[in-house]
Ligand binder design. Structure first.
Ligand code: GDP
Length: 439
């Protein structure tokens, strides 16, 4: 995401790199480039002008600091302005009342139902008893879709397929949630293809009836300036509490993320970066600014790793490494842990400098498939002792896994390298070997 904007901002700022000092002339040219980059990314004109005017003032005000590379300093100034624009602080959702009611609104196709499922899983992981409510009375398929997602994330779904009164369904669901001791209810509402009066009236009536502690507006970030206009229309009517930006994994130009907060004065609370249930992150303005400037998003990466991390399993594998017993069985289990963190390409995109580098590279979780197939085709004994693999065994495994003997040889070679490395690290840890001194 944001590759274009990152590129253009970097090019704009590069013109200042290596310049001894900031002058009126070079700042004016750079700021103009930055403004153009923002507008190309679909940032609202007024917003782009405001932010670049501030950047210019800041940059000019700092001309006495000779020690800092002006290019670097400008990156910092732009970063700080982007953070301010997107809201500075991370904003959680209000879950104080019990049950806490969260109302989900937005246009059809914006990703409401998908987000409802993701949010249910997110809140369930933090130990809350959640109920999903299907209030889209116009599309029977919408109820089924929510049910499928509910099953996937193991959260109960409340629906009344025969009832055509959204307000009533929402009220009944709330009553049911109270009776069942649910802590949070997430109400997925109907959307239309465009803003329309009847839709707004219905959601407003549902809101009035169930008094949510949190109304979230879901918007497709790929819709650019339209996203900002839709947000405005929904906010005028519903006075929502926060925004959810979806489809940031697509080639969104990023303008929505940058302008919405400023235009409706409501915080972005979550971002969604894929169709899978774990592709949801809280929105951190500073991390997003770093990402836009191509500085990577290491913190989100660490957070996802922590969520997927299974302490007992890590301890078990650590022990095996220490005893020089790391096997293909353990390797397989490690692969599964990595996959639990989400899509490999998304994850790699969060590493500084990687987003650009892997833009056109075709890597996906499917890249693991042949490796997994090979390991699955081994006998338990072979997994423990890969030395057993002679030509006839390799041929059997190749046939069983739909791979070639060469692929197996490659994997074995990599695996042996890995074990060699582990043995070496063990010897270093035991004090039997010293690492060479690096200058
Ligand atoms: P609703 O009509 O607002 O409930 O929208 P849906 O939840 O049905 O989503 C519409 C389509 O967008 C579906 O095909 C989803 O799988 C897809 N979708 C939702 N969120 C994302 C996202 O963050 N990234 C991508 N790539 N697709 C998404």
């Amino acid at each position: 995401m944001f590759e274009n904007l990152s590129n253009k901002l970097n090019t704009a700022m590069r013109t200042l790199k290596g310049k001894g000092r900031i002058t009126d002339v070079n700042v004016a040219a750079t700021v103009k480039e930055i403004r153009r980059a923002l507008m190309d990314a679909d940032v609202n004109y007024k917003v782009a002008k405001e932010i670049t005017d501030r950047i210019k003032d800041e940059a000019m005000g700092q001309k006495i600091v000779i020690a800092v590379d002006p290019g670097q300093m400008l990156v910092k100034i732009v970063h700080d302005e982007l953070v301010k624009l997107m809201g500075s602080q991370v904003q959680g959702i209000n879950l104080k009342s019990e049950p806490s009611v969260i109302l989900i609104a937005g246009l059809q196709g914006s990703g409401k139902t998908t987000f409802s499922g993701k949010l249910a899983q997110y809140l369930k992981k933090s130990g809350r008893n959640v109920l999903l409510v299907a209030c889209d009375i116009y599309r029977p398929a919408a109820i089924d879709q929510l049910k499928v997602l509910g099953e996937q994330v193991e959260v109960e779904v409340y629906s009344e397929p025969e009832n055509k009164n959204a307000v009533q369904i929402a009220q009944n669901a709330l009553e049911y949630a109270r009776k069942m001791g649910k802590k949070v209810i997430i109400v997925d509402t109907a959307g239309r293809l465009a803003v329309d009066e009847a839709m707004m009236n219905e959601i407003a009536a549902v809101k009035e009836a169930i008094k949510p502690s949190e109304t979230l507006f879901v918007v497709d970030s790929m819709t650019g300036q339209d996203a900002v206009n839709t947000a405005k229309a929904f906010n005028d009517r519903l006075n929502f509490d926060g925004v959810v930006l979806t489809k940031l994994d697509g080639d969104a130009r990023g303008g929505a993320a940058l302008s919405i907060r400023h235009v409706v004065e409501k915080p972005i609370k979550f971002i969604s970066t894929g169709e899978k249930m774990d592709a949801l992150d809280q929105f951190y303005p500073d991390r997003m600014a770093s990402r836009i400037l191509g500085m990577g998003d290491v913190l989100s990466l660490v957070e996802r790793a922590q969520n997927a991390f299974d302490e007992e399993e890590a301890e078990r594998i650590n022990k095996k490494i220490r005893q020089n017993q790391f096997s293909f069985e353990d390797f397989y289990s490690q692969l599964q842990q990595i996959k639990k963190m989400g899509n490999i390409k998304d994850l790699m995109g969060m590493i500084p400098g990687m987003g650009q580098a892997i833009k056109d590279v075709d890597i996906s979780n499917d890249s693991f498939t042949p490796i997994e197939a090979i390991i699955q085709s081994m006998t338990p004994k072979e997994r423990q002792k890969p030395e057993l693999l002679d030509m006839s065994r390799k041929k059997r495994i190749a046939a069983g896994s739909g791979t070639s003997v060469q692929q197996i040889n490659n994997l074995l070679k990599q695996f042996e390298e890995m074990r060699k490395m582990m043995r070496m690290m063990n010897r270093v840890q035991d004090g039997k070997m010293k690492l060479p001194n690096f200058p």
